[in-house]
Design a protein around this ligand. Structure first.
Ligand code: CP
Ligand code: NVA
Length: 315
């Protein structure tokens, strides 16, 4: 899963899938953010005030969700469309129907499919067999929709992220991989402070190196955070992780607290994709304090995803 090479065929005729940031060119990602920003301001860049009128999104969830589910459903409604929710285990997927067959069938009913699943290969299989766009709503490998909201949030508060310094502190998980991809696509410096045991995916680090991205890995959070414009963390125990006790022990020195934030720039932002665990990866003083923009970040899931949906269906 994390770091595994993906070998699905690439079909040049395929729809505008939103699978991962490393597979979409920087201009398209910027276009998506521009759509999202315009829509947030009540400006409709394409297709009038109901650009997705008559369009339907199928949302497949094989893992829990609050933000992703609600923001996609509300986003579709606001663009004039509708959304259908499928709980993986309660659909025929839970009884062994293949992803490929599910993709073929759903493509006959709906205009776009979003999936949240564990194995990134399932996302690839869905995209390979769907004839409509497929959106990655999180896998164990990455969480690109969250990153679009995160970049939007940083830029709303601090202007262009190009040339700025973001530091990731904690588990080198799916969010860390998407931050690595984003550093290259949006041209900022990314420092990652992670314990060796929970380092980010070697595949993502190698990709960043090949792209010439400024991505630096260390085990020292104090050193990494020094002078940063933004400090980001995430839960120490992601959905599906079964080694919670070990993770809490190893990641304890990586808590984002006031002492750590004091090493960043005076006006540094704190970001977290949520859900958060106060007293573990972040203290209450930081997440509920003045440098935290986590509620704007959560709200921006809606706006950024309206940009993603617009790009997938009209871009
Ligand atoms: N950040 C995020 O994806 O939240 P949910 O798990 O609630 O969707
Ligand atoms: N890393 C977390 C992100 C949740 C939005 C997880 O995968 O559980």
């Amino acid at each position: 899963m994390r770091g595994r090479a993906l070998n699905w065929r690439i079909d040049m005729e395929r729809p505008n899938h939103f699978l991962d940031l490393d597979r979409i060119d920087a201009e398209s990602l910027r276009e998506i953010l521009d759509y999202g920003t315009a829509l947030k301001r009540g400006v409709f860049p394409v297709g009038g005030s109901t650009p997705l009128l008559g369009k339907t999104l199928a949302m497949i969830f094989e893992k829990p969700s609050t933000r992703t589910r609600v923001s996609f459903e509300v986003g579709m409604q606001q663009l004039g469309g509708t959304a259908v929710f499928l709980q993986g285990a309660e659909s025929q997927l839970g009884r062994g129907e293949t992803i490929a067959d599910t993709a073929r069938v759903l493509s006959r009913y709906v205009d776009v499919i979003m999936i949240r699943t564990d194995d990134p290969e399932k996302l690839e299989e869905l995209a390979a067999y769907a004839t409509v766009p497929v959106i990655n709503g999180l896998t164990d490998r990455s969480h690109p929709c969250q990153l679009m909201a995160d970049i939007l949030t940083f830029e709303e508060h601090r202007g262009p992220i190009d040339g700025r310094v973001v530091t990731w502190v904690g588990d080198g998980n799916n969010m860390a991989t998407s931050w690595i991809h984003a550093a290259s696509k949006f041209n900022f410096e990314l420092r990652l402070a992670c314990p060796g045991e929970f380092a980010p995916s070697e595949e993502a680090m190698a990709w960043a190196k090949e792209k010439g991205a400024r991505v630096i890995l260390t085990t020292d959070p104090a050193e990494a955070v020094a002078g940063s414009d933004c400090v980001v963390t995430d839960t120490w125990v992601s959905m599906g992780d079964s080694d919670g006790d070990l993770r809490r022990k190893r990641l304890a020195p990586y808590q984002v607290n006031e002492a750590l934030m004091a090493r960043a720039q005076k006006d540094a932002l704190f970001m977290h994709c949520l859900p958060a665990h106060r007293g573990e990866e972040v203290t209450e003083a930081v997440i509920d304090g003045p440098c935290s923009v986590v509620w704007d970040e959560a709200e921006n899931r809606l706006h950024a995803q309206k940009g993603v949906l617009t790009w997938c269906l009209m871009g």
